[in-house]
Design a protein around this ligand. Structure first.
Ligand code: AP5
Length: 242
């Protein structure tokens, strides 16, 4: 399945909850690029030119990367694409990969959040580079300033989480990514979710809407993830939504 939505709509947050619920991996092109940038790999050096400016990494590079990732063993039972595709050529790339590898898209979840909410979510976001836990300075601050509650790593602010780059990312979203909403509507794949509520509410709505498309939905949010801390991202986001 695919998660589609503007920057800050909650794709990463919901993808991690889905990953836990369905037992299939979240594949985030944004995370792949950020890791490559941090490691200064050839991919990272190339991607940084685009990511730091809020532009999209070229389609051929991105499609090639996802094609390789989907061949990995853990994706054999299904996967959640977070932030890919985000152009029409990438969507066509998904169709080619589906033919090559013999799968079909269950659903494209469009997380619909009004523009006025998005900036506030991003400029106060802090992320843990080690475990992926996300914090929000107003809604979900860490217990110790600058330190991840779960693994103790120093929190970071994403290079592209500033107002200027956010405006660029949003403009890129409207010009290159939002046409995918109609694209998938015409293919009867689109599941349109109101993403303006709290994390738990959005997840409940999404689970209900997806209920008959995939097994494993219709159950309440897995209490296990709150209790065991098996996925600190989930724990934090559920806490955040109170
Ligand atoms: P990417 O990392 O995918 O960034 P994005 O799409 O801009 O999305 P974000 O990660 O900022 O937000 P999100 O929707 O995941 O929200 P989140 O759950 O984090 O891509 C970064 C860059 O990489 C791109 O600009 C581009 O350069 C490149 N790239 C990536 N994919 C590419 C592709 N396919 N092709 C070409 N280039 C590509 O939530 C945000 C915050 O809000 C968090 O603090 C969270 O705690 C909070 N929050 C979430 N949900 C809620 C809620 N319901 N209520 C309250 N707070 C919430």
């Amino acid at each position: 399945m695919v998660l589609l939505g503007p920057p800050g709509s909650g794709k990463g947050t919901q993808a991690r909850l889905l990953e836990d619920r369905l037992g299939i991996p979240q594949i985030s092109t944004g995370d792949i690029f950020r890791r490559a940038i941090a490691l200064n790999t050839p991919l990272g050096i190339e991607a940084e030119k685009y990511v730091s400016r809020g532009s999209l990494v070229p389609d051929d590079l991105t499609i090639g990367l996802v094609r390789e990732r989907l061949r990995e063993k853990d994706a054999a039972r299904g996967f959640i694409l977070d932030g890919f595709p985000r152009t029409i050529p990438q969507a066509r790339g998904v169709e080619e990969m589906a033919k090559e590898l013999g799968w079909e898209l269950d659903a494209v979840v469009y997380i619909n959040v009004p523009e006025r909410i998005l900036l506030g979510r991003l400029v106060e976001r802090q992320t843990c580079p080690s475990c992926g836990m996300m914090y929000h300075l107003a809604n979900r601050p860490p217990l110790d300033e600058g330190t991840c509650d779960e693994c103790g790593s120093s929190l970071e602010i994403r290079e592209d989480d500033n107002e200027e780059t956010f405006k660029k990312r949003l403009a890129v979203y409207f010009s290159q990514t939002s046409p995918l909403v109609d694209y998938y509507k015409h293919k009867s794949r689109l599941v349109d979710i109101d993403g303006s509520g709290g994390v738990e509410e959005v997840f409940k709505n999404m689970s209900a809407a997806l209920g008959d498309r995939r097994k494993g939905f219709g159950k309440p949010i897995d209490d296990k993830s709150k209790d065991t801390g098996s996925n600190c991202q989930n724990k934090g986001e559920l806490h955040n939504s109170r």
